[in-house]
Design a protein around this ligand. Structure first.
Ligand code: PXP
Length: 398
């Protein structure tokens, strides 16, 4: 990778999603047409940036970001090397965190801005030269931020909400309320990035009518969870959700019990993926955190995998939870490395979600029961916002 990251700050107090930062820098270089250049990022604390600021700029105070172009005083003979050095961007993680709070940004957003700002200085932009230069630099900053924010995993981990259990309550009476379609609208207004419904073969909660109405009404993304069943596949092809998530489905289970075993039904699942691909519907596979399953998912063309967090959530001791967490973290890393887009869900609640949300390889969480349960006491809007606050906090802390 062209970007080299060196960390001098105290990691236990303030951890940065380092891999994500490197990916971001590489994308920025690409956007600037500088993929053949290497960039060095140095993360420091306030004291170290103060020393650098004092030594090289005669300013005896900490600052947020400093840039030192390599060309300044560089050995000209190095210019012919295949990888060209752009220079160093030095960021104070401590100041970045303070500024994130001040400007009400996530820590990652602030770090992104500082990196863009530092990089533009390396490329010769300088807001201190004149107001015209300042305007030029700001415009380029905005342009790069816009582009970079369209990439996945540079934004906060997304929250998709499963509203099945609103339908469960409705079906208990067999009448028309509460309506999962109304619940979905409230979830979206509160900040959910997607709505998930599981159209089960036995229609125990979500009904066909719900799925058709959701398709017409939701503004975010509709994720149709389903078994690889002929009748449901036909419905999916008709309504064209934004994605489908294939899960194992047993009639007698209380909820989806384990991940889909795609090793034992590779052909069948591959066929569904192929059908969906023809209709431009991406497929997510709900899998246990098992590298063998991930490899097959990749092979048969799944776009997403959703890692089953159930065993982590159900762990009865800290040691077990840690073990399950490590499996999830490793599987997310592996999936991401293979080029799969990684989501996670099942059993996540207000106590156990933060560590999962902090994994920078996971882009979306799918949460249902905990949010619907809490909404009985707090209202749906607050239940969603409380979960989003946990995810946002996890994003800032790590
Ligand atoms: N992801 C999948 C694939 C599921 O089957 C479920 C349960 O419907 C969820 C996420 C949400 O799980 P929970 O309701 O425990 O948050």
């Amino acid at each position: 990778m062209p970007t080299k990251l060196t960390c001098h700050y105290h990691r236990t107090g303030q951890r940065v999603k380092e891999r994500r930062l490197i990916q971001l820098a590489d994308r920025l270089l690409k956007e600037c047409g500088m993929s053949d250049h290497s960039l060095s990022i140095l993360l420091v604390d306030d004291e170290e940036i103060r020393q650098i600021n004092s030594q090289y700029r005669n300013k005896n105070q900490p600052t947020n970001v400093l840039s030192f172009p390599f060309a300044d005083g560089a050995d000209a003979s190095l210019a012919s090397l295949p990888i060209k050095e752009l220079g160093d961007v030095i960021i104070s993680v401590e100041t970045a965190r303070r500024e994130a709070l001040l400007y009400r940004q996530s820590f990652h957003e602030r770090m992104t801005w500082l990196l863009v700002h530092g990089l533009l200085h390396l490329l010769g932009f300088d807001h201190e030269r004149s107001s015209g230069e300042e305007e030029k630099m700001q415009a380029r900053e905005q342009e790069l931020l816009r582009k970079i924010n369209n990439y996945r995993r540079t934004a906060m981990t997304r929250l998709a909400i499963n509203v099945d259990h609103v339908a469960t309550i409705r079906q208990a009476r067999g009448i028309s309320e509460p309506d999962p379609v109304a619940a979905a609208a409230i979830c979206e207004l509160a900040g959910a990035a997607g709505i998930v419904v599981h159209l089960r073969e036995d229609r125990r909660h979500i009904q066909d009518r719900d799925v058709f109405l959701l398709r017409q009404t939701i503004k975010s993304k509709l994720n149709l969870e389903m078994g690889a069943n002929k009748e449901i596949i036909a419905i999916a092809l008709e309504i064209k959700p934004d994605l489908i998530t294939l899960v194992p489905e047993k009639r007698e289970e209380l909820t989806t019990e384990g991940g889909l075993d795609i090793l034992s039904q590779t052909k069948k699942i591959a066929k569904v993926i192929e059908k969906m691909a023809k209709a431009s519907i991406p497929v997510s596979l709900f899998l246990d955190p098992d590298p063998k399953q991930l490899a097959v998912a990749r092979e048969i063309g799944a776009t997403f995998v959703e890692l089953h967090t159930g065993r982590y959530c159900d762990a009865t001791s800290e040691t077990m939870a840690e073990h399950e967490f490590e499996l999830l973290a490793a599987a997310a890393e592996e999936g991401d490395r293979m080029g799969l887009r990684v989501c996670a869900g099942h059993g996540l609640n207000y106590q156990n979600t933060a560590p999962i949300a902090a994994l920078d390889t996971i882009e979306e969480l799918s949460i249902g029961h905990a949010i619907i349960a809490r909404s009985l006491f707090t209202g749906m809007d607050k239940a969603v916002r409380d979960m989003l606050a946990i995810i946002r906090q996890a994003d800032m802390l790590l």
